[in-house]
Ligand binder design. Structure first.
Ligand SMILES: *[C@@H]1O[C@H](CO)[C@@H](O)[C@H](O)[C@H]1NC(C)=O
Ligand SMILES: *[C@@H]1O[C@H](CO)[C@@H](O)[C@H](O)[C@H]1NC(C)=O
Ligand SMILES: *[C@@H]1O[C@H](CO)[C@@H](O)[C@H](O)[C@H]1NC(C)=O
Ligand SMILES: *[C@@H]1O[C@H](CO)[C@@H](O)[C@H](O)[C@H]1NC(C)=O
Length: 464
């Protein structure tokens, strides 16, 4: 047993070294590539993602939308939850290290089937005005909330973008805070929160190719249709990647870019970490060997979703227990890494069962898990890599918010190689990947600070 373990560790050690060497090669290649500036690629603003026979037949109207959990779906869901096959017992002494603990999952399945109040939660999800509108052949869903403020308070448009395995639900706690005037600020936000195409209530593409740059085009078209030529953006997870892409390809449209998952480069400091970041933050990114061990342990999902999303989708589409385990495991370890050592995954450390099941309902009721996972395949596709967007710098004023348990920490010096006008970098000693959902007050406060600074940035520029 012990030798087997040692062998496994040796193999892991070797794999990690191999990955490291590979990574260094990639870093050299990146630095080399960056020395030749590239023009911003042009994307077709009308590229069609729906059925071809619908071309020219969809109107541009904005239709009110309400979430509806229909009786048939609820009945079917409950029967699947109640009739799941016996689950394989977890190994002795194992919490979440092998994935979702199957002893613990039972209480979730019972809660979902018997205690989750579908009609009440439906009402909860419908508390904000929601709409759908056809853009480039796809029916796109979004929440739009105008602030209730006095006439002298400026209304500032803000596009908020979610990621995987999240949804618009991540922002529900923050919406009332963002749309209210906060002390010390003379503005409040009008928020527009779309579902990424293929996520929740937004239709997915019918053909390959809809990755972050193409979604950026759709979201820009959405904002234009709502009457905004220029606006602010915020994102986490895929929302952060889409936001970074928008700031790169539409620098004249994006007034400011706030991100709680900015990624740039991380290889520079591998050998001399304190050169790139203050001592007390070094362990958030280095040593890279532990980062890569972490990546190998936690990123299997990404490889699968980027390569075989449809295969994975079959089982997740068919089993709510499977979907729950797959999605909530992410809410466990991405909120706090060491939650994997807790039998209950620490899921209720930040969230209630209702909050997490609301998000599951958005996936289950719309049957969108497969289309949501395809986004990984599109983002890593050759077509989208060839644009080389990560090599193009963005002048858009940018603000990074980095939670303690975010997947990667990025030092400002790295971020500035791409976002040359990085205005500030907030480093939290708390919070994880789903920051707006976990710490809505902290999140909101940072967004207000950032937008105030973005406004000052523009004012400084016009005064020059
Ligand atoms: C669900 O919530 C509604 C209130 O919104 C309440 O009237 C109803 O009794 C609840 N149903 C159950 C099964 O608890
Ligand atoms: C894919 O996503 C990663 C971040 O997860 C990003 O660094 C990369 O630039 C993206 N690639 C494309 C082609 O969008
Ligand atoms: C940047 O953040 C620091 C630390 O929170 C703060 O002291 C400073 O005022 C911020 N700068 C701007 C321009 O907001
Ligand atoms: C705007 O200019 C003032 C005065 O030079 C400077 O202190 C401040 O940092 C600038 N703010 C931004 C966001 O560039």
């Amino acid at each position: 047993m012990e030798t087997e373990l040692a062998e496994t560790q040796n193999t892991m050690g070797f794999l990690i070294k191999a990955v490291l060497v590979g990574a260094l090669g990639v870093a050299v290649w990146f630095v080399f590539k960056k020395s030749t500036p590239k023009p911003i690629p042009q994307f077709d603003p009308e590229e069609w993602w729906g059925l071809n026979e619908l071309k020219g037949r969809l109107d541009n109207s904005i239709r009110p939308f309400n979430v509806k959990f229909d009786e048939e779906m609820i009945k079917d869901l409950k029967s699947r939850l109640n009739n799941h096959r016996p689950l394989t017992r977890p190994l002795e002494g194992v919490a979440f290290e092998y994935g979702f603990n199957t002893n613990e999952i039972v209480s979730w399945l019972i809660y979902w089937a018997q205690e989750y109040n579908f009609s009440e939660r439906e009402k909860f999800l419908n508390q904000f005005p929601q709409y759908k509108t056809y853009i480039q052949g796809l029916d796109i869903h979004f929440i739009r909330v105008k602030p209730q403020v006095a006439e002298n308070v400026e209304i500032v448009p803000l596009l908020l973008m979610h990621g995987w395995p999240g949804s618009v639900r991540e922002f529900y706690e923050a919406i009332p805070l963002l749309t209210r005037r906060q002390p010390g600020y003379n503005f409040a936000f009008e928020v527009v929160i779309p579902s990424i195409p293929g996520y929740g209530f937004s239709q997915g593409a019918v053909r390959p190719g809809l990755g972050a740059p193409q979604v950026s085009v759709i979201f820009k078209n959405l904002m234009n249709r709502l009457g905004y030529d220029k606006f602010y953006i915020q994102g986490g997870d895929w929302g952060a990647v889409i936001a970074a892409t928008m700031a790169t390809i539409f620098p004249d449209v994006i007034l400011g870019h706030h991100s709680n998952m900015l990624t740039a480069y991380m290889f520079v400091g591998a050998y001399f970490p304190s050169l790139v970041m203050p001592e007390h933050l070094v362990d958030r990114l280095y040593p890279l060997s532990s980062l890569f061990a972490y990546v190998m342990e936690e990123f299997g999902y990404m490889h699968l979703q980027a390569t075989k999303p449809d295969t994975l989708g079959v089982s997740l589409t068919d089993s709510p227990a499977g979907l729950l385990a797959y999605i909530l495991e992410k809410f466990s370890t991405w909120t706090k890494r060491n939650h994997k050592f807790k039998a209950d995954g620490g899921l209720e450390f930040r969230f209630t069962k209702d909050q997490l099941i609301d998000n599951l309902m958005i996936y289950w009721s719309t049957n969108c898990i497969t289309t949501s996972m395809r986004f990984y395949a599109e983002n890593f596709s050759n077509r989208n890599s060839e644009y080389g967007l990560s090599d193009i710098t963005s002048p858009v004023p940018t603000w990074a918010l980095q939670a303690k348990d975010e997947i990667f920490y990025q030092p400002p010096s790295f971020i500035k190689t791409k976002f040359v006008n990085l205005i500030n970098n907030t480093v939290l000693d708390d919070g994880g990947h789903f920051l707006a959902f976990e710490l809505p007050e902290v999140f909101t406060e940072d967004v207000f600070k950032a937008v105030k600074a973005f406004k000052e940035f523009h004012k400084n520029k016009t005064e020059l």
